[in-house]
Design a protein. Structure first.
Length: 256
């Protein structure tokens, strides 16, 4: 199992990983880790992947240096518990709009006495190992990251309250959905969009939390870091592959 990045994330260090949406292969987590990704987010919201598929992706990533996370399909108790039980070491919850919603997600992600996560041990999330349940509970409650996506106008309006919820580690901006909800779809140069980024970053900082984002190029990543975003998932597998292939084919043709 890789060392925890949780302390580094919570400490505000810049931590860089990537998203996986398309390539559900046994090697994808190892490829990402070998490329330097410190975490891999497996997307359960937009892919339609089954829990069996997500479990296998997580299982083949856990032994690497990259920490596996799952973006769950929605903010339902079953999604939270199942993602963690198949071995994810944190969740990204989409469309979080209120502090109360964030509190429920934290409760479902944490074992008693902190929360109400259902108990099952010596399964995937603890590598089928024997051991004292109390130790496993303490480790999971401390180690697993709870990431809430701010991607609606409601979530933006309540960003400060969401950041103030104990157990929330990261406020993650979902930029496309956020601009859609704000009535400026895809306008990533709009002043209101930049103001939204700064508001989320400020809310996170004010409560000792972290701001996260999925930059699609290095320039965007640098701008986000300057705005206070420190948890970055650089691109996604399908786009990285397509862009690299396009660049390579163009270079080959240019040599002809």
């Amino acid at each position: 199992m890789p060392e925890s990045i949780t302390a580094r994330v919570r400490g505000g260090e810049v931590v860089i990983g990537t998203f996986v949406f398309e390539f559900a292969t046994a090697g994808i987590g190892r490829l990402a880790a070998g490329a330097g990704a410190e975490f891999v987010v497996y997307d359960g919201e937009h892919t339609g992947w089954s829990w069996e598929t997500l479990g296998k992706l997580v299982a083949t990533t856990r032994p690497t240096s990259a920490v596996p996370l799952i973006r769950i399909p929605g903010t339902d108790r079953t999604f939270v518990s199942r993602a963690l039980d198949v071995g994810a070491r944190g969740i990204i919850a989409p469309m979080v709009g209120t502090a109360e919603q964030a509190r429920r997600i934290v409760e479902w992600a944490k074992y008693p006495p902190v929360g109400s996560r259902g108990a099952a041990f010596s399964i995937a999330h603890d590598d089928y190992a024997a051991g004292a349940p109390a130790d496993k509970i303490a480790f999971a409650n401390e180690d697993n990251l709870v990431i809430t996506q701010i991607e609606t106008a409601q979530g933006l309006e309540n960003a400060e309250e969401i950041a103030g919820v104990d157990g929330v580690d990261v406020l993650w901006v979902g930029h496309f959905d956020l601009t859609n909800s704000m009535g400026i779809p895809g306008q990533f140069d709009h002043p209101d969009y930049f103001a939204a980024l700064d508001r989320v970053s400020a809310a996170a900082k004010a409560h000792g939390k972290v701001a996260g984002f999925m930059p699609t190029d290095p320039k965007m990543a640098a701008d986000l870091v300057s705005r206070g975003f420190t948890l970055l998932a650089y691109g996604g597998d399908l786009w990285v592959y397509q862009q690299a292939l396009a660049a390579g084919i163009k270079e080959v043709r240019d040599q002809l």
